[in-house]
Design a protein around this ligand. Structure first.
Ligand SMILES: Cc1cc2nc3c(=O)[nH]c(=O)nc-3n(C[C@H](O)[C@H](O)[C@H](O)COP(=O)(O)OP(=O)(O)OC[C@H]3O[C@@H](n4cnc5c(N)ncnc54)[C@H](O)[C@@H]3O)c2cc1C
Length: 413
């Protein structure tokens, strides 16, 4: 008899899991989405990826993502990975902590180049950096346009026989002798051999009905896009940590900028039916993105954004998008089988890098579900690594984004 996997959530994590399961000829695969494909954080992402993370498992997983993003460019119609590299910037205070990770990159065979300001100015004349930042360039990094990637991945799933049910909310799980046996969606019981929960910031609300909790915090995050600029901006994706955000070129000769907001309070999703479109960017951050980040690309700062007709914000951005990021207590993703309920798997808490993780998340979850083992050791991402009492206490504390610390590292995407 054919096996059936139900994947809850049609963001990039759920779709990628479905796609990679289908490539393994798993059997019947159904993705269940309460809204439309991409309704959550995925359509709001900046889509930047670097392979230069801070943990061995993270680096190994990102190697899978970087390989798969390139392959997916060939496999999916209408999607192309933007192979511009990713420049990770550090100041004198944050560099030593990152420098300590270079032996890890060397051991895992991850390419990088350390650059000073002059070298960066020579490589990218459009990028003008104040101060003396250190550049850690990832030649394999880059970005994807979520608006192109999401429909292409959904179509790729359908072409492999995956059923995507939109407008259908999971309200409960079915268990049988302690095993996960399916879901209840829109009043209908759907039986399954495996259930994969990829519901991002809805995780606590969705898993509530089976008494499963994970130590997670969510914060609002925002990014902006200019109207088309008079000439193309030739820069890599830039994680501009010392300047408070990030930048990348965007489709149609635009520039995208995302800005940090350390004072953002923790956000509690009120109930299962919450929609991410309810999140608005806090006032003033559009101006901060313009004033703090656009000067790094004088070509964009110099363009008279305010005179352009197609614009949304008063500060001249054409597009603004806000959504939620989700972090685990130790800063690592939570991905893999749940011991308490054999047959249940989760993929959540990808910090600000869930778009970058998605090809790997899909490959790894598909490996867990179809073969009983993922492609690499993901013990450090295990959902079973948290103590329930500590989880409870952690989830009761309220902190700001600035107070949240991922043990020891300044990190992004
Ligand atoms: C402004 C912004 C910029 C970002 N930039 C980057 C970046 O540059 N690089 C990067 O790697 N990451 C970035 N991220 C993070 C990235 O967007 C997320 O980590 C990623 O999209 C998470 O994908 P997901 O599929 O896990 O979750 P989502 O896309 O949120 O998908 C979860 C889905 O589950 C559905 N769902 C929830 N509950 C139910 C239910 N009960 N029944 C059925 N369906 C349900 C939701 O409707 C939703 O569609 C950014 C995020 C934001 C907000």
């Amino acid at each position: 008899m054919s096996r059936h996997a139900v994947i809850v959530g049609a963001g990039v994590t759920g779709l990628s899991t479905a796609y990679h399961l289908a490539r393994k000829s798993y059997g019947e695969i159904t993705v269940i989405e309460k809204g439309r494909v991409g309704d959550g954080a995925s359509s709001r992402a900046a889509g930047i990826i670097t392979g230069l993370l801070w943990s061995e498992t993270g680096v190994r997983a990102r190697k899978i993502s970087l390989t798969r993003f390139r392959e997916l460019s060939d496999e999916l119609d209408g999607y192309e990975f933007q192979d511009v590299g990713c420049l990770n910037l550090f100041d004198a205070a944050s560099w030593p902590e990152r420098e300590r990770l270079l032996p890890l990159y060397d051991r895992l065979g991850v390419e990088y180049e350390i650059m000073d300001r002059e070298e960066m100015a020579a490589a990218w004349p459009d990028l003008v950096l104040a101060g003396e930042p250190v550049g850690l360039f990832d030649p394999l990094g880059g970005y994807s346009e979520p608006d192109h990637y999401l429909p292409a991945l959904a179509e790729g799933c359908r072409a492999l026989g995956v059923r995507i049910r939109e407008g259908c909310m999971i309200t409960d799980f079915i268990t049988d002798s302690g095993r996960m046996a399916g879901v209840v969606a829109a009043g209908e019981r759907i039986e399954a051999d495996a259930v994969v929960s990829t519901v991002h910031v809805w995780t606590l609300k969705v898993l509530e009905s089976i008494g499963l909790q994970l130590p997670l915090k969510s914060f609002v995050h925002q990014r902006y896009v200019t109207a088309p600029l008079p000439s193309p901006v030739r820069i890599p994706a830039v994680n501009a940590n010392p300047y408070g955000g990030y930048l990348r070129p965007a489709y149609g000769q635009r520039l995208l900028a995302g800005i940090e907001n350390p004072s953002a309070p923790e956000f509690h999703v009120p109930d299962r039916s919450f929609e991410m479109s309810a999140i608005a960017p806090p006032p003033g951050l559009d101006a901060a993105a313009r004033d703090d980040l656009l000067p790094l690309v004088p070509k964009a700062a110099g363009a008279d954004l305010a005179d352009r007709t197609a614009r949304t914000t008063r500060t001249g951005w054409e597009i603004e998008k806000a959504g939620l990021l989700s972090f685990s207590r130790d800063g690592e993703p939570v991905l893999g089988p749940v011991n308490r309920f054999p047959g249940l798997y989760v993929g959540v808490a990808f910090h600000s890098g869930g778009f970058a993780y998605n090809p790997a998340a899909g490959v790894l979850l598909a490996g867990c579900v179809a073969d009983g083992r993922p492609e690499i050791d993901i013990e450090d991402f295990s959902p079973n690594r948290f103590d329930p009492d500590e989880t409870d206490a952690y989830n009761r504390t309220m902190i700001t984004h600035g107070e949240y610390s991922m043990p020891g590292h300044s990190r992004r995407h």
